[in-house]
Ligand binder design. Structure first.
Ligand code: NAD
Length: 493
């Protein structure tokens, strides 16, 4: 257990300090939120969310900070503050890991090996980009001038719970690097690490009011941000259903820019003819399917095999063996490979979807290990022959469930990806370079991983095609551009 993380949680919940505005914690005046640990089903504490009036006040503070501080104009300040923030996040890795674990059931090992280093890398990457973002100079017969990216202004961020600190930073680092002020609403299922992050940002020298956090639920606090007439841009990661609401909120308010990173139904395609070690592939595919308990927008929820009968049987057996080897349990334990799902509702829904698919003819396999008696745990689950009419046939399960699908041809496998409304990510395993190029030319998704599950790096843009996203990207220079408007200055001459 992290002492710093625990005492931060005590400070926030005992003082009911769910709002961070202008460099200070404030008590909310909206509805009450119960923070529940999904591994124990016990309440950690309660927080009062921001009321609509408080959201107005916080947006005012952000607007004033954007106008009155040097943040939007001083690139050196931005670069050096982002670097110090990276150092402070690295120093507080244990505390952040602890907070995301007790609220969202994240594995502490995943947090320390993955999420927190990703945040640090992100802050450093965008600190480096600040100085290189020079714009363009033009000199022509009609005159001369320049084009440069300027900050959008006040950016609202509405966030999910599956990677609380990482998804926060995928928004915050480029938005701050571009010179904006922010008001963040973390998910009601994972609020604490966002509040700690905001406090660390102040310690790093971020001017008061540039990064603010409001605790709250979606319909109350989230919609207040989405509908706010003085928020210039809304950046969102979450479900498609809620993402669409932000487009409506924008149309009904001030036509704020909206960037949406939404769900997925990633495929993991194995080209059997060009794959030698099916056991290695099965290990990787199982990690891609059941990591973060399958609650990942790029989770491989469909394992698609193209190849001979014999290889298919071998692959299926290897996948089941690899899944049976996952230790499900306490997210704080270093030996755990998979923790709980986020909450009671998700637990019930996932089980209902599995039962429905199995009841309508799918073959069900579940890892035989014992699950803890308390906590929202589900065993790694693999289904075959899921009818398209079942919810699992077209929906995003967002849980530790994958399907094995045998595709008759490579073209059929491609269609399984491209004909989906989702187009976020997929993986292909194919050890022949020419054939791998063929796959890459055929498949249309935001990120295609080849010969190993991956979401790319901090330098590669991440976002979805089709209904997996709307405008904008996280990561890479493309993310920075997404938090800027392009302005032309033309001097007649
Ligand atoms: P969600 O859409 O339920 O919630 C996301 C956020 O929206 C939360 O902060 C929530 O409070 C808020 N919200 C909910 N209802 C709202 C409303 N009526 N008005 C305004 N705000 C509202 O999603 P979730 O359950 O937190 O996350 C799971 C989803 O996120 C999955 O679909 C997953 O694929 C997606 N996701 C996508 C990416 C990506 O980068 N593409 C990354 C992580 C998660």
């Amino acid at each position: 257990m992290s002492e710093t993380g625990h005492s931060f949680q005590q400070k926030i919940t005992s003082g009911d300090l769910g709002i961070y505005v202008g460099g200070k914690f404030v008590v909310g005046e909206g509805t009450s939120l119960s923070l529940v640990n999904p591994a124990t089903e016990k309440e950690i504490g309660q927080l009062t969310s921001a009321s609509a009036a408080q959201v107005n006040d916080v947006v005012d503070v952000a607007r004033r900070a954007f106008i009155e501080t040097e943040w939007s104009t001083d690139k050196e300040l931005r670069a050096s503050t982002l670097r110090t923030m990276a150092d402070l996040v690295a120093e507080h890795a244990d505390a952040i890991a602890y907070l995301d674990s007790i609220e969202a059931g994240k594995l502490v090992t995943d947090m320390l090996d993955g999420d927190v280093p990703d945040v640090v890398a992100n802050l450093r990457f965008f600190a480096d980009l600040v100085g290189r973002d020079e714009g363009r100079f033009l000199d022509e017969r009609s005159g001369w001038g320049w084009v440069r990216g300027i900050p959008v202004g006040v950016v609202g961020g509405v966030l999910p719970w599956n990677f609380p600190i990482a998804m926060l930073c995928w928004k915050v680092a480029p938005a701050l690097a571009a010179g904006n002020a922010l008001v963040l609403k973390p998910s009601e299922d994972s609020t604490l690490s966002a509040l700690l992050f905001a406090e660390l940002a102040t310690q790093a020298g971020l001017p008061d009011g540039i990064l603010n956090v409001v605790a709250g639920d979606g319909p109350g606090t989230g919609s207040a941000l989405g509908l706010h007439p003085d928020v210039d841009m809304l950046t969102f990661t979450g479900s498609g259903e809620v993402g669409r609401m932000f487009l409506e909120y924008s149309a009904r308010s001030n036509l704020k820019k909206v960037s949406l990173e939404l769900g997925g139904r990633a495929a993991y395609i194995v080209d059997g003819e060009h794959t030698v070690h099916l056991d290695t592939v099965a290990q990787d595919a199982v990690g891609a399917a059941f990591g973060v308990s399958g609650q990942n927008c790029t989770a491989s929820s469909r394992l698609v095999f193209v190849g001979s009968d014999e290889d298919f049987q071998r692959f299926r057996a290897a996948v089941q063996d690899a899944a049976a080897g996952i230790t499900v349990g306490d997210p704080m334990s270093p030996v755990t490979g998979m923790g709980p799902v986020i909450n009671k509702e998700a637990h019930q829904r996932i089980i209902e979807w599995i039962d429905e698919a199995a009841g309508s003819g799918a073959t069900l396999w579940q890892s035989p290990q014992e699950l803890p008696e308390v906590g929202y745990y589900i065993a790694p689950t693999i289904l075959e022959n899921v009818p398209v009419e079942a919810q699992l046939g077209t929906g995003e399960i967002f849980g530790p469930v994958t399907q094995i699908i045998r595709a008759a041809t490579r073209e059929d496998a491609v269609r399984l990806v491209n004909d989906e409304p989702y187009g976020l990510a997929s993986t292909v395993w194919c050890e022949d370079i020419g054939q791998a190029k063929w796959w890459a030319d055929q498949i249309r998704v935001g990120t295609l991983a080849v010969n190993g599950y991956s979401e790319g790096t901090v330098a590669t843009p991440f976002g979805g095609l089709r209904q997996s996203g709307f405008w904008g990207r996280d990561n890479g220079p493309e993310a920075l551009a997404g938090y800027q408007e392009q302005m032309t200055v033309w001097i007649s001459g």
